[in-house]
Design a protein around this ligand. Structure first.
Ligand code: AMP
Ligand code: GLY
Length: 432
């Protein structure tokens, strides 16, 4: 069978690598892919942008693609699944209506509150004056979010009233976020530890992926601006087996059930970004309608079962027959990003990956993200450029292996956080 992966990041490299190992698969296409996918065995890049939905559907039809897996949110929110389904093409992902769980913060917050699924208290606004008044009444810290997709930049954690007013004015009056912030959501600041809880869904049944934790801020010690993620580890140390069960019961199952009942059955990867409070209570910070990046990299290196079989079962509504198997090890992925990311950065720098582009040491893999291959030279082409991902017998072990792997990459214009994989707990949990 031929499989098409849509996207160009580290998550898509990890998906292509994992899918390529399936005994069900002969060939993997990645649209548009990166230098890493260009160099994988049985993987081929296709020069189609991930937001050119018609070209992707035409390609899938022409090539008789047996399964398409979509990496990023934009094509999902734009309706790629609806288009593929209308042409009888097999695709794993949520429809446009179901993708609103990520595509509209207002939709997802209203859904959560209406269905009594735990989340931060919020209100939505399109009027700046009313928004400012709400902030004055509720005080800071407070969180201000653009309603729509804003490439990971639409969330401002305001520590004082000036920052809050600036965010409101930037979004609603100066239109710095364009259409994404025609409306905003203002919500209570949640304290605790974050975890990424990602599951596969077939409309009704759920297959949990291994848990993971993302390191979102640009700087060591979790300071600086929010990014797409500077690294991740799996499993998430904060999620105990008891908490896992509670998350399924209190968050994941009701979400899947209510989405179906409300006429938006959800199928695809569902990513619940959670905040675990000091007392061990989980609340939803956000939903994403896709696998996380960089969470996919450490999670997929631990997956022993066949992802393609899971996706096909999900498409047929048979996910309850599947069980995912995981390497009983820890994994850590460290992102190497262009200096300046997540703000302005330079691209086009030459990169040398010593020996091979994907070298196996310590069970580690270097997944590419913002790279292109031109005349056999790898050049940087994005903010996040690589994710060195390694397994280990403990999280410390996996961390050391991942940092060791990074030494294979030579490029002047890259940086990484030095503390990925360290257990950083922001609160003293009083649960075990
Ligand atoms: P989001 O895109 O909604 O996940 O927000 C991006 C990041 O902002 C989250 O991963 C959190 O680190 C932080 N964040 C968002 N909402 C809240 C909140 N209500 N309380 C604390 N931190 C938040
Ligand atoms: N790493 C966070 C995300 O994928 O949104």
């Amino acid at each position: 069978m031929k499989v098409l992966i849509v996207g160009a990041g580290g998550r898509e490299h990890a998906l292509a690598w994992k899918v390529g190992k399936s005994s069900l698969v002969d060939h993997v296409y990645v649209a548009p892919g990166n230098a890493g996918t260009a160099q994988e065995n049985c993987v081929e890049n296709i020069d189609i942008r991930s937001d050119d939905l018609t070209a992707l559907a035409d390609f899938a039809q022409l090539q008789n693609i047996g399964l398409t897996i979509v990496g990023p949110e934009k094509p999902l929110v734009d309706g790629i699944v609806d288009l593929f389904l209308s042409r009888n093409l097999k695709i794993f992902g949520p429809t446009q209506a179901a993708s609103r769980l990520e595509g509209s913060k207002e939709f997802s917050k209203a859904f959560l509150v209406r269905n009594q699924i735990p989340t931060a208290k919020y209100e939505s606004f399109s009027n700046a004056k009313k928004a400012r008044q709400y902030v004055r009444e509720n005080g800071t810290p407070i969180v201000i979010k653009a309603d729509g997709l804003a490439a990971g930049k639409g969330v401002i954690i305001a520590n004082n009233i000036f920052e809050a007013e600036k965010a409101i004015s930037d979004m609603l009056e100066r239109k710095r976020f364009g259409k994404a912030a025609r409306k905003i959501v203002i919500e209570e600041f949640l304290e605790g530890d974050e975890a990424s809880f990602i599951v596969m869904v077939d409309g009704k049944n759920v297959l949990p992926m291994a848990t993971s934790q993302d390191y979102k801020r640009a700087g060591d010690g979790d300071v600086g601006p929010n990014t797409g993620g500077m690294g991740a580890c799996s499993p998430a140390p904060v999620i105990t087996p008891e908490l896992h069960q509670r998350i399924i019961q209190e968050i994941i199952s009701p979400t899947v059930k209510k989405m179906a009942e409300e006429g938006n059955p959800y199928s695809g990867f569902l990513y619940a970004g959670l905040m675990i409070s000091k007392t061990g209570d989980p609340k939803v910070v956000e939903f994403n309608c896709r696998f996380g990046d960089p969470e996919a990299q450490p999670v997929l290196v631990r997956m022993k079962s066949d992802l393609v079989a899971h996706c096909l079962a999900a498409i047929n509504g048979q996910l309850h027959r599947e069980s995912a198997e995981w390497e009983a090890k820890n994994s850590v992925g460290v992102v190497l990003a262009s200096i300046g990311y997540p703000d302005k950065y330079k691209t086009g720098s030459q990169v040398t990956v010593i020996k091979e582009t994907r070298k196996k040491t310590h069970n580690g893999l270097i997944f590419h993200a913002g790279t292109t291959l031109i005349d056999n030279i790898i050049r940087t082409s994005g903010g996040r450029v690589f994710c060195a991902t390694a397994l280990g017998d403990s999280q410390d072990d996996a961390r050391l292996n991942a940092y060791d792997l990074l030494k294979q990459i030579e490029c002047d214009n890259l940086f990484c956080r030095k503390d990925i994989g360290f257990r950083v707990s922001k609160v003293d949990h009083n649960f075990s």
